[in-house]
Design a protein around this ligand. Structure first.
Ligand SMILES: *[C@@H]1O[C@H](CO)[C@@H](O)[C@H](O)[C@H]1NC(C)=O
Ligand SMILES: *[C@@H]1O[C@H](CO)[C@@H](O)[C@H](O)[C@H]1NC(C)=O
Ligand SMILES: *[C@@H]1O[C@H](CO)[C@@H](O)[C@H](O)[C@H]1NC(C)=O
Ligand SMILES: *[C@@H]1O[C@H](CO)[C@@H](O)[C@H](O)[C@H]1NC(C)=O
Ligand SMILES: *[C@@H]1O[C@H](CO)[C@@H](O)[C@H](O)[C@H]1NC(C)=O
Length: 409
């Protein structure tokens, strides 16, 4: 039922929110980007790359994409080996001190509405091919030919790589694998397994009749903690596939400053990559990924200010309210129970400020682009900002009804 609903969501949104939103002027401190590579990762974790057509093969008037930047504080692990070691220690419940290398690097200026808008369009483009009606032209006359190597039938992680002319800054834009908004596909069941492992409290045991994704439930509200961690680490390809993808990109652009953006599940992956590699991240409508980061035992960097989550209050997935047996998520077979996010949050209160109703359909990336980011946000401008003030969820608690421990069956 959810999928058939999803089938008409995207076309419907295109009617309500035309995709060719107006283009915008260029700022003084800007980077210009070209589409460089397409990536698609199949469920077997193999990465295919195909070079995008060079700009010279496109319309000579083609303008590159521009984004304003601001200094961002980040922390990187000293080496991949040190990170893995700290992670392994943490899995054996030993404390893991890591000598994070703190640094200040140019990141996207998330206080600018147009930066968020352009990153959201790059993120949205991860779902489509350049010659389709859903592709956002990133600047006037930006034209792309359908590339070779982009496997339309592969429903794994997919997206685009944008790079500046000098290869100094690269944006990786990741599409989520979730079948919530891209109906069906060969890996729909795998996607559901992934979502339910990542964002549910205890193996997606919504009620006794559900087929759970792991076997960690111990009666009442009890759940075996080691069991849910092992299930996530062993059964889910999500994080290792993301690591491979990132490593492939650093291999291609060894000296680049890399940013990662993503929507929904792709946003959650972007954030975990940001935690791992200390790169600037902007996500849109990501479900709460903090619990997944903890269950995966990712070492915590001294600061997570380089990660920014953007969402609006009518989206039950980002808000962590798409749960309970009667929710649209549960009806579709998804247990989206987490609500706590890492890093900073930019929350658009569309429920109060635009009188939107809470509705799963507002989760679509087209909705935040067309309905929120494409025009000035009055509530923020009244206090002299372009976007809502940054918030954090440091006191947030996931799955508070549950007891997690070393419970035996
Ligand atoms: C995007 O650019 C292409 C090529 O210039 C053009 O054909 C297409 O209509 C544009 N799409 C939108 C939505 O403006
Ligand atoms: C690129 O990805 C492939 C498949 O995931 C992996 O085998 C390979 O080691 C990666 N390359 C680099 C340089 O990390
Ligand atoms: C940018 O990186 C790509 C991919 O690695 C490479 O083909 C290209 O020559 C680089 N361009 C510059 C200006 O370094
Ligand atoms: C269990 O959940 C399913 C799916 O949400 C629902 O159809 C069913 O009625 C629920 N059963 C009980 C006993 O609550
Ligand atoms: C927007 O919503 C906030 C509550 O989140 C409220 O305080 C503010 O007055 C609203 N502003 C406008 C312009 O509606």
């Amino acid at each position: 039922m959810l999928l058939s609903l999803a089938n008409f969501i995207l076309p419907l949104f295109n009617i309500f929110f035309p995709l060719n939103v107006p283009q915008h002027p260029v700022y003084s401190r800007t980077l210009t980007f070209n589409l460089r590579h397409f990536h698609a990762v199949t469920p077997s974790a193999h990465v295919y790359f195909a070079d995008a057509p060079l700009r010279s093969t496109l319309n000579a008037d083609t303008q590159p994409l521009s984004i304003s930047t601001a200094p961002v504080r980040t922390a990187r692990p000293p080496s991949a080996a040190a990170f893995l070691e700290a992670r392994a220690l943490s899995m054996r419940t030993q404390s893991a001190a890591l000598d994070w290398e703190e640094d200040e690097i140019p990141g996207p200026d998330v206080s600018k509405r147009e930066t968020l808008l352009l990153l959201a369009k790059m993120t949205s483009n991860a779902y489509v091919e350049p010659d389709t009606g859903e592709w956002y032209n990133l600047t006037d006359e930006w034209g792309i030919h359908a590339p070779v190597g982009w496997e339309p039938d592969d429903d794994g992680f997919r997206g685009y790589i944008f790079a500046t002319d000098d290869n100094n800054t690269v944006v990786l834009s990741i599409k989520g694998t979730s079948a919530l908004f891209v109906s069906g596909g060969p890996t729909a069941e795998k996607d559901r397994l992934n979502d339910n492992l990542l964002f549910s409290c205890c193996c997606a045991r919504i009620n006794w009749s559900w087929k759970t994704v792991c076997d960690c439930y111990r009666g009442g509200w009890k759940c075996n903690q080691d069991c849910v961690e092992e299930a996530l680490i062993e059964e889910s390809l999500f994080y290792p596939v993301g690591i491979n993808l990132y490593n492939n990109i650093t291999d291609m652009f060894p000296n680049a400053n890399i940013w990662v953006v993503g929507h929904s599940l792709g946003g959650a992956l972007a954030s975990l990559l940001g935690m791992t590699f200390g790169v600037p991240v902007v996500t849109f409508e990501s479900p709460g990924e903090r619990m997944a980061a903890q269950r995966l035992h990712l070492p915590s960097p001294p600061s997570t200010h380089h990660i920014t989550h953007v969402w609006h209050t009518a989206d039950p997935i980002a808000m962590g309210t798409c749960n309970g047996v009667l929710s649209s998520c549960a009806i579709g077979g998804y247990a989206m129970e987490s609500r706590c996010h890492l890093g900073n949050i930019i929350e658009y209160d569309t429920v109060t400020n635009l009188s939107w109703s809470v509705d799963l359909r507002t989760h679509a990336i087209a909705r935040i682009i067309g309905g929120v980011l494409s025009q000035p946000w009055e509530a923020a401008e009244l206090s002299g900002r372009e976007v809502p003030a940054l918030q954090r969820q440091d006191d947030c608690l996931d799955c508070f009804k549950w007891d997690f421990g070393n419970y035996t069956p």
